[in-house]
Write a protein that binds this ligand. Structure first.
Ligand SMILES: [Zn+2]
Ligand SMILES: [Zn+2]
Length: 610
């Protein structure tokens, strides 16, 4: 009995010591900068709303900073694999002091987004996270898609753009190969420079166990210890930004489910431990979006303005668990023309690039030019005289690092792009990336380079060329002849029910008569918006090796050009296409982009390889 007491006491001591260690290894409380901002507010309103500085005045005031609203982006609810309802997410955001959230439940974009609305005083925006063959793609401001968006990353990105959405490459740093974004040749609109979910997946098992113990004491501080400076990813962003606008987001990727890495496959715990909670995720870091004027309280109006600001990259990311509130701005000006982060300014005469931040003593501002650190100075103001040549400028704010705090900047800005030549006036109300209508005819899936093959084109749609239909047991198809003896009509009906690899294809074996070709061209339209999988097949093995290129079709007839170089292997087919050994050309409708039970018609004309 006495021995048992000894053991119990020892156990209690051990637990107590363990807890003490756990608490002691937490980073200190975040710095509360509420007072700091006010102390600098001594009536020196020295810059105007354009970020221009009044002559001879070196100072500035936080009052002159644009109106910023804080929010969280990349959140899952019970509509996909999150644990909280939309209203619970909004309530958590409200208690974390946020003004907006961007929901990104998994989906194929056929469900239209809910209209922006307020819940618990928080503006709720709805978006979708689409799974592509090369990683996840978050689409903002996207209407309901006419067919499931899926397949290759380049095709999903093209569809998102055609539909007027804004696409963000999700968690490029994820260790999970099937989640991480991998196709950097795709013209993405944005990327996630920081993703909390990926950071957690990076931790070792013992570290995760320790996090579990610490978490109840100071949730956000515990989560913060896992953050790391994603140097390679930021370098990737800098390289991309040199050629195109790419807006960077800090992504909460909040699910509020039992630490996902601890989950057992296909085992879901009733009343799941809701950790990390939405609220602690929201206290970890935030997006700060710059608006021209404060939010009004009207869901539709505020939603529109917020989405436009996100598209324009009028925002920065801040690690709230280090310090709050974040007061920051990055501007560039030349004479009376001023732009802010996310904007473009035309190349020309020298520019003044200015970063401003309010932080505790020892706060440093760092300015990067084309990814290279060019200035590192104390807050609150850093001014750099730039050549005015084409370049990309972005800034980071680093706080004096306290013990146990991660080496990560407090603030990461979006860039200012100095570009040449100017497309149009910077002052225009044009929102980047938001085009009124779809891609022009002929753009579908390939460029329209003129092929000067060594031989003339070989027509594959004349009456002499035989076509047949291939389909699975549930689906059906029919190939008919169109007008003028050159055309082809392909009617398809995918089998109903759950997805079970239903497909229907119009096929010809005429490719075996053609030894070399580089381009496949045809004119086509479809009874409904769709993606047609153009495939070439070599007759090896049971099903043959296949390569595919997906093209978009709708009711408007268009010239489609597909380069052989652009085909990608299906399943285990080798990357290199043995052109001379190809036998079949297939025009396939399958469940990648078509729902089971769908029927329709494709009209094709003048199908030729050259
Ligand atoms: Zn994802
Ligand atoms: Zn996600």
């Amino acid at each position: 009995m006495r021995r048992l007491l000894y053991v119990l006491r020892a156990l209690l001591l051990a637990v107590g010591a363990g807890l003490a260690v756990v608490i002691l290894t937490l980073p200190p409380n975040p710095r509360d900068l509420g007072q700091l901002g006010l102390s600098l507010l001594d009536g020196r309103a020295l810059t105007d709303s354009q970020g221009r500085q009044a002559e001879g005045n070196p100072g500035w005031s936080p009052e002159t900073l644009p109106a910023t609203v804080a929010g969280a982006y990349h959140i899952h609810t019970t509509r996909s694999d999150g644990s909280g309802s939309v209203n619970e997410v909004a309530a958590a955001a409200a208690s974390a002091g946020l003004q907006f959230v961007v929901l990104t439940d998994h989906g194929d974009a056929t469900r239209g987004p809910d209209p922006p609305r307020y819940s618990h005083g928080v503006l709720v925006l709805d978006a979708v996270e689409i799974s592509t063959a090369h990683g996840h793609y978050v689409a903002l401001d996207l209407p309901a898609a006419p067919y499931p968006l899926a397949g290759e990353a380049r095709d999903v990105a093209e569809d998102v753009q055609r539909l007027g959405g804004f696409g963000v490459a999700a968690h490029p740093d994820s260790r999970k190969a099937n989640l991480a974004w991998t196709d950097w040749s795709v013209p993405i609109d944005g990327l996630e420079w920081l993703n909390a979910d990926s950071e957690w997946r990076d931790e070792s098992w013992p570290a995760t166990a320790l996090l579990f113990l610490r978490y109840p004491y100071r949730p956000a501080a515990t989560l913060m210890t896992m953050l790391a400076y994603p140097e390679r990813l930021l370098a990737r962003w800098d390289r991309l930004a040199a050629t195109r606008r790419v807006v960077a987001f800090a992504a909460a990727d909040a699910h509020a489910r039992l630490w996902r890495r601890l989950e057992v496959r296909s085992f879901s715990m009733p009343g799941t431990l809701r950790a990390p909670s939405y609220e602690s995720s929201f206290q970890l870091f935030a997006l700060q979006v710059q608006l021209d004027r404060p939010l009004t309280g009207s869901g539709p109006e505020d939603g529109r303005r917020l989405l436009d600001a996100l598209r324009r990259g009028h925002m920065f990311s801040t690690i709230t668990a280090l310090a709050a509130p974040a007061r920051f701005d990055l501007t560039a000006s030349r004479g009376t023309v001023g732009v802010r982060m996310g904007d473009e300014i035309s190349a020309g005469s020298p520019l003044e690039v200015k970063a401003r931040a309010i932080g505790p003593a020892g706060t440093r501002l760092r300015l990067f030019e084309n990814g290279r650190l060019i200035e590192d100075g104390p807050a609150p103001v850093l001014t750099y005289r730039a050549s005015g040549h084409p370049a990309v400028y972005r800034a980071e704010v680093w706080l004096p690092r306290r013990r146990r705090e991660p080496a990560i900047p407090w603030i990461v800005s979006n860039p200012i792009f100095v570009r040449e030549p100017p497309r149009r006036s910077q002052a225009s109300g044009d929102v980047p990336g938001r085009t009124a209508s779809g891609t022009p005819a002929g753009r579908a899936g390939a460029d329209t380079g003129t092929g000067t093959g060594s031989r003339g084109p070989v027509l594959l749609s004349t009456r002499k060329v035989k076509w047949h239909v291939e389909h699975d047991a549930r689906s059906a198809g029919r190939v008919g002849r169109g007008g003028a003896g050159k055309g082809l009509t392909f009617e398809y009906a995918l089998g109903p029910g759950p997805r079970a690899s239903q497909f229907a294809a119009a096929a010809t074996d005429a490719l075996k008569r053609v030894d070399t070709w580089r381009l496949l061209r045809f004119r086509a339209r479809a009874s409904r918006p769709m993606r047609l999988s153009v495939q070439v097949r070599q007759p090896t093995g049971e099903v043959g090796d296949r390569w595919t290129r997906s093209v978009y079709l709708d009711a408007t007839a268009r010239e489609v050009t597909v380069r052989l170089d652009d085909f990608r292997p299906v399943a285990d087919a080798p990357p290199r296409i043995p052109t001379a050994e190809l036998q079949s050309l297939l025009l396939v409708v399958d469940t990648v982009n078509t729902r089971p039970g769908t029927r329709g018609t494709v009209w094709l004309d003048d199908i030729r390889v050259e």
